[in-house]
Design a protein around this ligand. Structure first.
Ligand code: PMP
Length: 398
């Protein structure tokens, strides 16, 4: 039965982690990961999460099933976090929100909705994009194409290329847009550029599907969601996949949401009924623990304020690592401008380092980054940043 099955390609990111784990060098450094680590090199357990968990334990509720579309308080909190507490679309009953298995689950559920219930057949992702976008939409039955996104070896945004491509697309094609902290480049659009994209998407009749996996890591919770809100204000039907994996450091709990903005509340009811059917026939209902934590944090003014503070701490630390890396590399490497590192946002920097340099960093210095040149700036800390800067400079010079 299974004999004809070919071996699937290895996940490029997990492959790096495997190689890192197998490296006996005690000073090895993993810049390939997509998680935030603190200055101590560990994934933080946020204080707001710890307190929410304590409250949950004290309340000791039975571990029953959640509704098919998830914890209702969570769904409400998750969609108002992206659309804003005063969102007209939410007030008009046009937004449907479903708890999903992380942001990935939100993307897949949205893909299944579009493929199963709309004429959409083609999805456009940025070049480059998060590795999983292509495979996820292809597996859901879409043809996946790319629109230009970066130039200068990934160090600058190719906005003209992006808009030029989107302007030529036929109505009904789906466009995946990273709302903030683009993965892998760290290059985001300005508000003016977003306004232009929204105009094109609207004029061409494209279907925007926004992916917001790093809300709070660029400027803050509200400003980072501005593109989502601008799309909603433009009155287009759209999908949004959001995630608390990074922002609440809840990776393994799989806490995400799919929000769908529809034309009216009757349409919203029909869309929700089909989303529930998709969930029911797939995994029946989502897990409860992470959603309870997230809704406890979002539902309490004190915990919410604490979260904002902790998120600011993570964002500020990443920014200071960006500044330090750019400064050190500029001092060490003659004639190269590394200021692009400070203009990129979120956890990643598309370093523009050639694959040969990435390979040498791995082989000669036990520093692991993706072959594409993506490095996780959030994995830098006060103890490893000099080692990394010196190793990069050394590899670039010789
Ligand atoms: N979208 C993007 C752009 C991402 O980088 C990620 C996480 N690496 C996700 C979605 C999915 O996140 P989650 O872990 O919540 O599924």
């Amino acid at each position: 039965l299974f004999a004809p099955i070919a071996l699937a390609p290895r996940d490029p990111i997990l492959g790096i982690t495997e190689a890192f784990n197998a490296d006996p060098n005690p000073n090895r450094i993993n810049l390939g990961v997509g998680v935030y680590v603190g200055d101590d090199g560990r994934v933080p357990l946020l204080e707001c999460v710890k307190r929410a968990e304590t409250l949950l334990l004290e309340g000791s509720q039975p571990l029953t099933y959640l509704p098919i579309d998830g914890l209702q308080a969570y769904d409400k909190a998750a969609s108002s976090l992206v659309f804003g507490a005063d969102s007209p679309a939410i007030a008009e009953g046009r937004v449907v929100a479903v708890q999903t298995l992380g942001g990935t689950g939100g993307l897949r559920l949205g893909a299944d909705l579009l493929r199963g219930f709309t004429p959409a057949k083609r999805v456009w992702i940025s070049d480059p994009s998060w590795e999983n976008h292509r495979a996820l939409f292809e597996n859901a039955g879409f043809t996946v194409e790319t629109y230009p996104y970066s130039r200068e070896r990934g160090r600058e945004l190719d906005f003209a290329g992006m808009v030029g491509c989107l302007s030529g697309l036929p109505a009904g094609d789906v466009v995946i847009l990273h709302a903030c902290c683009h993965n892998p480049t760290g290059l985001d659009l300005t508000p003016e550029q977003w306004a232009e994209v929204i105009e094109v998407v609207k004029a061409r009749g494209l279907v925007p599907f926004l992916d917001i996996a790093y809300q709070g890591f660029a400027e803050g919770l509200d400003p980072d969601a501005a593109p989502v809100r601008a799309f909603a204000a433009a009155g287009v039907s759209m999908l949004v996949s959001s995630s608390f994996s990074k922002s609440l450091s809840l990776y393994g709990e799989r806490v995400g949401a799919l929000s769908v903005v529809t034309s009216d509340s009757a349409e919203a009811t029909r869309v929700l009924s089909q989303l529930k059917r998709l969930v029911r026939t797939n995994y029946s209902s989502p897990p409860s623990h992470g959603a309870k934590i997230a809704s406890a944090v979002l539902g309490s003014p004190e915990l919410r304020a604490l979260w904002d503070e902790e998120l600011t701490g993570m964002r500020t630390r990443i920014r200071s690592m960006r500044e330090a890396l750019a400064e050190k590399l500029t001092a060490l490497v003659d004639g190269e401008d590394f200021s692009f590192i400070t203009r990129q946002r979120g956890m990643f920097s598309y370093s523009g380092l050639p694959q040969l340099v990435i390979a040498r960093l791995r082989e000669e210095h036990s520093i692991y980054a993706l072959d594409s040149g993506r490095i996780c700036v959030a994995a830098l800390n006060s103890r490893n940043i000099d080692t990394v800067a010196n190793a990069i400079a050394g590899c670039l010079k010789t």
